[in-house]
Design a protein around this ligand. Structure first.
Ligand code: PLP
Length: 473
């Protein structure tokens, strides 16, 4: 939707809300629909082509309003998360309507919260198994908890560490290979070492599309080990998950059939407003036994026979995040969403080609999807200064990361509005800032003799001023 249409549609929406408020007393207080009313009214999956807003908006009154905020919100969430399983080519066991009835998706605010849910569910599963294992000298839950150990890679997002801090379980950060990917052998060795120490391995968080360089952990290797060792495999595909809309980009999904849970943040790349992370589990029972509390005031006539997301998450109230997901999926259609992914990837490759043409720069890690990581040749201080100057210019925003020992700048394209001209403009800003920096440094070098390090020197020798706040990713 462009700005002009947005103006028109926004006004229509305000009128709709005003009419709703005016007619509020004429609407039923409690919806008259039966559980499961919505699915038969919706198609089994998204349309190939995008639909005009009029048609989508008509369906709000026709399909959603009769179900009021609930059950409509729960039911749309169920259908949207099922649609997305197929759209992203995830295992069918993640669908609510899978015949074994164990799995399903739930929409959370963020990947960070979802990863915490996964870790807590994995902990419940591990503690339940330990309590049932007569060969173990078990002790109480606190003691058991202290024996648990989870794994992730040294490239994982800090939210995995946060989840382990909240749940007081040990987390090991395992080294990645030259492509920044966690492989099976590393995990196997860590599990063996920990078992020998009397610890209980229980959880692995693999990343598909790491924050730093968009690397992919090797799920085809990790998956079978997790299955064999009884470890819960959680997959953080926060950003890169959207790429799996395109069949040609699904290679990193090999091994996904071993995943116990999987999460994608639809606000990162799928053009959904922030606050929409879709989190799937293959078996909801551990999640439900983690969160199920049923005080009298929350029981209702369908308790136990319908999906109650309050038993899948921390909040009681189900937010209507599925609505914006439905709007976006219908507005673009599958073709439009795939085009978006392909177009932004192509723009990233264009940026990458511009960087590669300039000998002052290097690309220290393989560029994947819409992300290009680059740095100035030479000590890290140079790239840090460049990053600070670029962001201070307020004409573009780039974020830092580390690729091994190398400080890198991340350039990522996710917006439907970015054009080739924008990318070229950004590159010119980067290139000009680099030229200014290198010339300024060379001039200083002439006068002070202190900065012989600037091209190819050692980092410790530089005197370049840098105040940039280099935060963890
Ligand atoms: N995981 C990865 C791989 C990320 O790149 C990010 C954010 O950049 C996150 C998790 C955190 O996502 P959220 O903001 O949804 O918690």
């Amino acid at each position: 939707m462009d700005a002009e249409e947005y103006k028109v549609r926004g006004k229509e929406m305000v009128d709709y809300i005003a009419a709703y408020l005016t007619g509020l007393r004429d609407r039923p207080v409690i919806p008259s629909v039966r559980p499961g009313y919505l699915r038969p009214l919706l198609p089994p999956g998204p349309a190939q082509q995008g639909e005009p807003w009029e048609r989508i908006f008509e369906d709000v009154e026709r399909l959603i309003m009769p179900g009021a905020s609930n059950p409509a919100s729960t039911e749309l969430q169920i259908v949207m998360t099922d649609w997305l399983v197929n759209m992203l080519s995830l295992p069918d066991t993640f669908r609510h309507d899978h015949p074994d009835g164990c799995g399903g998706g739930v929409i959370q605010s963020s990947v960070s919260e979802s990863t915490m849910l996964a870790l807590l569910a994995a902990r419940t599963r591990a503690l339940t198994q330990l309590r049932g294992d007569v060969s173990q000298d078990i002790g109480n839950d606190a003691l058991l908890n202290s024996r648990l150990v989870g794994y992730t890679s040294d490239q994982a997002h800090s939210s995995v560490l946060k989840a382990s801090l909240v749940s007081l379980v040990r987390l090991r950060s395992l080294p990645t290979d030259l492509e920044f990917s966690l492989c099976g052998e590393t995990l196997r060795r860590a599990v063996e070492e920990d078992r020998a120490q009397g610890l209980v391995p229980f959880f692995v968080c693999a990343t598909l599309g790491t924050t730093g360089v968009c690397a992919f952990d090797n799920m085809a290797e990790l998956g079978p080990i997790c299955r064999q060792e009884g470890l819960w495999l959680h997959v953080d595909a926060a950003y890169a998950g959207t790429a799996f809309l395109c069949p040609e980009l699904r290679d990193p999904l090999r091994g996904v059939e071993f995943a116990d849970s999987f999460v994608v943040n639809m606000g990162k790349w799928m053009m959904v407003n922030q606050d929409c992370a879709v989190f799937w589990v293959a078996d909801k029972r551990s999640l439900q036994s983690t969160f199920c509390v049923e005080p009298h005031y929350l029981q209702h006539e369908h308790s136990g026979s319908v999906i109650d997301f309050m038993h899948w998450q921390i909040p009681l109230t189900v937010r209507f995040r599925s609505l914006k997901l439905w709007f976006v999926i219908r507005s673009f259609g599958l073709d439009g969403l795939q085009d978006h992914v392909r177009r932004t990837n192509k723009l990233a490759r264009y940026f990458e080609s511009l960087v590669r043409e300039d000998p002052h720069f290097e690309i220290p890690a393989k560029s994947n999807l819409g992300l290009v990581v680059f740095r100035l040749q030479g000590p890290n201080e140079l790239t840090k200064t460049l990053l600070r100057r670029l962001n201070e210019s307020q004409q573009l925003f780039v974020a830092p990361a580390m690729a091994g020992e190398k400080f890198i700048i991340r350039f990522v394209i996710t917006s439907q509005f970015t054009t080739e001209a924008d990318v070229l403009r950004d590159w010119r800003l980067v290139s000009q800032a680099a030229t200014d920096l290198l010339q300024g440094s060379a001039a200083k070098d002439d006068t002070s003799g202190m900065e012989t390090c600037i091209v190819g020197g050692r980092e410790e020798e530089t005197t370049l001023d840098h105040q940039s706040q280099v935060k963890g990713v």
